[in-house]
Design a protein around this ligand. Structure first.
Ligand code: MF3
Ligand code: CO
Ligand code: CO
Length: 275
């Protein structure tokens, strides 16, 4: 029996608003993500925008899952070999860095959760490709979402695409159900086998947020109790959207004017075979 909640129309409306606002924080911060800015300054700007402009609450601030210390900041800033949960601080972003900004807002009790990758100046060829492949991984996962599909279908397509490109999938962190609760059932693994795990139904809402490493998948945890890095110090990338299962497929809830379009591999017409 599935324990994944089915959202009511009223809850879905609340999640649409929270999702749009979460995406608008990323739109807002984009012009500030450049050479010389500190991650702490990005956190301060986002925090002020949420509280003073949007009337939202940053979900990470003081978030304290079992076994953790309270998260001290409003957003996560994960630079280069940081996989996820990087804590904003004095770190100065410099040309060639790649950074994931992960934003979760609460509006009227509902959570919207999303993240994007940003390049400082011109990225290395590897960094650009890793970010692009990770974006494709997220979207290939999203494209599997419809009633009757299985969670394993999503994980499988993400793992297949990452590994085909010579990259690895982080196993210790996953996507998650989301609503009035930040992290709820189900766990959305970014690896797996088609046709396995829970069957999707209209009204479910969860995130898809693959963390893909350029090197090996192994992680190491920093002494701050939050920051997760690649063990081999290779680059890591992540993208995240919050997704609603609809009667016919999916709806991306974390959408706004600045949301990047789906990659070309989504709905791309089948390649014609040369005569
Ligand atoms: N936003 C992250 C996610 O995608 C969770 C961050 S928890 C925090 O699930 F406390 F580090 F912010
Ligand atoms: Co999430
Ligand atoms: Co997130």
């Amino acid at each position: 029996m599935s324990t994944i909640s089915i959202k009511t129309p009223e809850e879905i409306e609340g999640m649409r608003l929270a999702g749009r606002l979460a995406s608008e924080v990323l739109d807002y911060i984009t012009p500030f993500v450049k050479n010389g800015v500190t991650t702490g300054e990005l956190d301060r700007l986002c925090h002020e925008y949420m509280v003073n402009v949007q009337g939202t609450v940053p979900a990470p601030l003081n978030y304290c899952p079992p076994g953790y210390t309270p998260y001290p900041k409003a957003i996560c800033t994960s630079v280069n070999d940081v996989i996820c949960h990087g804590i904003p601080g004095d770190k100065v972003l410099k040309n060639g860095d790649v950074v994931n900004l992960d934003i979760t807002v609460i509006k009227d009790g509902y959570h919207g959760d999303n993240s994007r990758m940003f390049f400082i100046g011109e990225p290395s060829i590897l960094a650009r490709r890793l970010s692009e492949v990770t974006y494709e991984c997220m979207w290939l996962g999203i494209s599997k979402v419809r009633p009757g599909a299985h969670l394993g279908d999503i994980g499988h397509v993400i793992q297949q695409h990452a590994e085909k490109n010579g990259y690895s999938v982080v196993r210790e962190f996953c996507g998650h159900g989301i609503g009035k609760v930040f992290h709820e059932e189900p766990q959305v693994l970014h690896y797996g086998r088609p046709g396995t795990l829970e069957k999707l139904e209209a009204g479910m809402i969860f995130t898809i947020e693959p963390m893909i490493n350029a090197g090996r998948r192994d992680i190491r945890e920093m002494g701050d109790g939050w920051t997760i890095k690649t063990k081999d110090r290779s680059l890591s990338a992540q993208w995240e959207h919050t997704i609603l299962v609809t009667e016919t497929g999916y709806e991306v809830l974390t959408q706004s004017a600045g949301t990047p379009p789906p990659p070309a591999i989504i709905n791309a017409p089948a390649q014609a075979v040369a005569a």
